[in-house]
Design a protein around this ligand. Structure first.
Ligand SMILES: Nc1ncnc2c1ncn2[C@@H]1O[C@H](COP(=O)(O)OP(=O)(O)O)[C@@H](O)[C@H]1O
Ligand SMILES: [Mg+2]
Length: 394
């Protein structure tokens, strides 16, 4: 029997495009010898959907233009049986389109439309199981303000901050600065929807604050300025599961060399492309057991509260002296799928990915078991005759 096809989706119109390529390639290597046919689904930086063997070799990504020329454009569609398929548009006037039924998608995008629920929505429209959180949890997870507001409402500790959109900044700069200054310097400026520390800056006075805000607006139209937690210790924890059950990984402590973990620290320090797995870190984090347990429990609480599924990494800011911790953000598609945390929790990367695929399929099956439409065609009923404004009534 033919193997079922799992698409590994990655790339995307996102500042984290390259990081996603690395995450996906780590997954593709780990899935070597899996029971599935692994097919790449690559979205270019300009949004083209491509597939093909050439996408399976990381070396080919050194020349993106050449790579694009040597791949096949593709899209989701349905075959004559109503199955959801990947359609490969073969070039040449007479060549036939190839269609492959899709069993599931392993979502390896980072940032923007691959992570914010848009791509998940496309999968949902085609009834294709997609790993990770669904539309709502993905979009909340990508919105630092929304995720924190929901947590705040449930008494999960979050850092105080001020958020505003560009229009508000233009109209009410003085009032916004006043609000921010009531938090007291130093404060940290960040774009609401981005990741990988892009556009994030700590500032200590008004002049630097205005400069950082203007600079961050280049990336996002919504910014968040927060009180800085100091002395800072960052602790992350991964959760795998669904609304049905969840488990946590060990905690990690990322160790940045600069004041905050920069894009450089996270991805560019190594010669070899290792993604998030290469950043300097302490695993398991050497923190008291009570703090570990509290962070693990809060991670599950947030995962459930935001209706997450699949895998997520929850990041906390901890005051190193008092051990007061704050939920900072949830990454619904964490770099390298946080495999290095699960390996430390005795789960091999391959098994982690297979479990992620299983959860996506199970989520889809659960949904399919519910009543989603009615067999009775209301339009065939006489009742239609009573509806005003229809041509049939005249
Ligand atoms: N309130 C804060 N106090 C101190 N440092 C912070 C605070 N918020 C963020 N940071 C630092 O900035 C980094 C990036 O911020 P984060 O909110 O995680 O955004 P991103 O989505 O870009 O990862 C964090 O990893 C941490 O080092
Ligand atoms: Mg972060």
């Amino acid at each position: 029997m033919d193997k079922k096809t799992v698409l590994v989706a990655f790339g995307g119109v996102s500042p984290e495009h390259e990081v996603s390529v690395i995450t996906a390639h780590q997954a593709i290597s780990a899935l070597d010898g899996s029971p599935y046919q692994i097919t790449p689904l690559y979205i270019t930086k300009t949004g083209r959907w491509l597939t093909g063997e050439n996408l399976l070799d990381l070396k080919n990504f050194e020349d993106l233009k050449k790579l694009e020329e040597n791949c096949t454009p593709c899209s989701f569609g349905q075959n004559e049986l109503g199955q959801s398929v990947l359609i490969e548009q073969k070039s040449g006037f007479f060549s036939k389109q190839r269609t492959t039924p899709v069993y599931a998608v392993l979502n390896g995008f980072h940032g923007s439309t691959g992570e914010n629920g848009s791509f998940q929505g496309a999968c949902e429209m085609f009834n294709i199981p997609c790993s990770g959180s669904g539309v709502m949890a993905s979009s909340i997870g990508m919105d630092k303000v929304m995720a924190k507001e929901i947590c705040r409402a449930q008494n999960i500790p979050v850092v105080d901050g001020v958020d505003f959109v560009e229009e508000e900044w233009i109209d009410n700069q003085a009032a916004i600065i006043k609000n921010i200054e009531s938090l007291e310097y130093p404060v940290i400026v960040k774009p609401v929807h981005l990741g990988s520390s892009i556009g994030v800056e700590v500032v200590k006075d008004k002049e630097a604050l205005i400069r950082a805000i203007e600079s961050s607006f280049k990336y996002d139209d919504h910014l968040l300025v927060e009180k800085v937690v100091t002395p800072l210790m960052e602790i992350n924890c991964s959760v795998i599961g669904s609304s049905r059950k969840q488990r946590t990984s060990v905690c990690e402590r990322p160790l940045g060399k600069e004041e905050l973990l920069s894009f450089q620290d996270k991805y560019l320090n190594d010669q070899e492309a290792k993604g998030m797995a290469s950043a300097d870190r302490e695993i398991p984090a050497k923190i008291p057991d009570e703090l570990t347990s509290a962070i693990q429990e809060t991670s599950v609480e947030v995962f459930k509260l935001l209706s997450c599924s699949g895998l997520a990494r929850l990041d906390f800011l901890v005051n190193e002296e008092t051990h007061q911790f704050y939920f900072n953000e949830i990454n619904t598609i964490p770099g390298s799928f946080s495999f290095y945390l699960w390996e430390e929790s005795d789960i091999a990367f391959k098994d982690l990915l297979l479990e992620l695929i299983d959860i996506a399929v199970e989520d889809q099956n659960q949904k399919a078991r519910r009543i989603q439409s009615y067999d009775t065609n209301l339009l065939s009923q006489k009742a239609v005759k009573g509806i005003k404004g229809l041509k049939t009534n005249t």
